[in-house]
Design a protein around this ligand. Structure first.
Ligand SMILES: [Zn+2]
Length: 441
């Protein structure tokens, strides 16, 4: 069996991203068995048995008849054909254009498509992720699908896990062994003195001086971190918050920025939000509803500082419910969180979708979408929070975040118009991550 990458064989996108042909064959053959796809068995056999260069026109995947919402705010384009090859969108065609022969051709009539989603707040800390370097691939496949793939998340920021383990998982995805999201990681999280969160079983590195902060940030980035997570405020017990000083947080941020890494803050309280703001962090990993509504002045400062915000609205109900907090108190907290998100977005703030799954064992994002709508957030803003904004903060807008020729083929095919049925975002029909089917077939 051939197993070569043949650089330069099929146009501009097939060098670094080209998968070994062996994997392409398995991909095509398996899909062909399970689905009535239009690629002929002969074509698949050709790809498998003949020299690869003998079938230069066969692309990896064609999806026809989709209504494309290529970017937030874009006019939907009915009858689009998406041509995916070498992990990229190689061409976007109109219905009148003939489709190229493909290892797999799917008819998506009646469906809508958007770029793949980011979940900007996840954790790989549950037992199933343990020892990711050697864990059974089927177990990891199931876990990736359960938490991320089935919901359309083709990119994820890990905001607190064992960094070596997360990197091992990432390597297995990037090597093509597992279908899953692109993973970015912030390592394990850094806390103020005595500030390991009461809800975690682990103790996190405590930053008591600016020098300690610099060292700790260097260690996270040396270990392979893409970002750094600071607990500018940390829940250490009922009614008690440990707070990081602005001086320490500022030292951590300066070190991260010098190395080109983003800083994400868990704020916990309004003081924690202010510390994050004054230190210059990039993103708040949560709203901070137990501090009550945000003032217009605070919101203006956050927006002017271009701080991104991951709402995690569902998390508050989940957490408070777990501890038996009365319903009226839960509703007050939820109302404060909705106010914070609503005011932030109304002022032009950058929302980054994130749900804290992995910590929260209920992975389904459907409630988060509903809560965002209740907070007054419209579809375009939600799509922006799922795609272009997180790509700008954590990824590379030149190569992802929208459906355009040449960009990474991260794609979500939806059963209904998400502008009308926001819930459809949580129930994708098919999910494509870096050109591979990650869910649905
Ligand atoms: Zn979290």
């Amino acid at each position: 069996m051939m197993n070569r990458t043949e650089p330069g064989r099929r146009g501009p996108y097939d060098t670094a991203m080209r998968r070994p042909i062996e994997r392409t064959e398995r991909f095509g053959a398996r899909r062909h068995r399970r689905r009535a796809v239009r690629s002929s068995a002969l074509v698949l056999a050709g790809a498998a048995l003949v020299s690869c260069s003998a079938s230069p026109e066969i692309v990896d995947l064609v999806i026809e008849n989709v209504t494309l919402i290529g970017s937030p705010g874009a006019e939907p384009h009915a009858g689009t054909t998406l041509v995916i090859d070498g992990g990229r969108f190689s061409r976007l065609l109109d219905a009148a254009d003939p489709s190229p022969p493909a290892a797999l051709t799917l008819d998506a009539e009646g469906s809508f498509a958007t770029a793949g989603f980011w979940n900007g707040h996840v954790h790989f800390t549950e037992p199933v992720w343990g020892d990711a370097a050697s864990a059974d691939p089927d177990d990891l496949r199931d876990a990736l699908d359960a938490m991320l793939n089935r919901y359309g998340f083709t990119s994820a920021l890990d905001t607190g896990s064992d960094i070596e383990n997360t990197l091992a998982l990432r390597d297995r995805i990037d090597a093509g062994e597992l279908a899953g999201p692109r993973i970015r990681t912030a390592g394990g999280g850094l806390v103020p003195p005595g500030g390991s969160p009461a809800y975690l079983e682990v103790s996190l590195p405590e930053l008591d001086t600016p020098e300690a902060a610099e060292d700790a940030v260097e260690r996270v980035l040396d270990a392979g971190g893409d970002a750094v997570k600071l607990f500018t405020g940390s829940f250490v017990g009922p009614g008690r918050t440990a707070e990081m000083t602005v001086e320490v947080a500022s030292a951590a941020v300066a070190t991260a920025k010098r190395r080109g890494a983003r800083v994400v803050a868990h704020p916990q309280s309004e003081r924690g939000v202010r510390t994050a703001l004054e230190a210059g962090v990039d993103v708040l990993a949560h709203t901070a509803p137990n501090g009550g509504p945000w003032s217009g002045a605070l919101v203006s400062e956050l927006v002017a500082a271009e701080i991104g915000l991951s709402p995690t609205l569902k998390l508050w109900r989940y957490e408070l419910g777990r501890f038996g907090v009365p319903e009226d108190v839960i509703e007050n907290v939820q109302a404060a969180a909705r106010q914070q998100v609503g005011a932030f977005v109304a002022a032009g703030g950058a929302l980054i979708f994130g749900t804290d799954v992995g910590y929260m064992t209920d992975y389904d994002p459907i409630d988060e979408y509903a809560l965002l709508r209740e907070a007054g957030i419209g579809f375009d803003e939600i799509l922006r929070a799922l795609t272009t904004t997180p790509e700008r903060y954590y990824g590379d807008p030149a190569s992802g975040g929208t459906v355009e020729e040449g960009k990474r083929a991260d794609l979500v095919i939806l059963r209904a118009d998400p502008r009308v049925e926001i819930e459809s975002l949580a129930r994708p029909k098919w999910v494509v991550a870096s050109g591979r089917i990650a869910h649905g077939l």
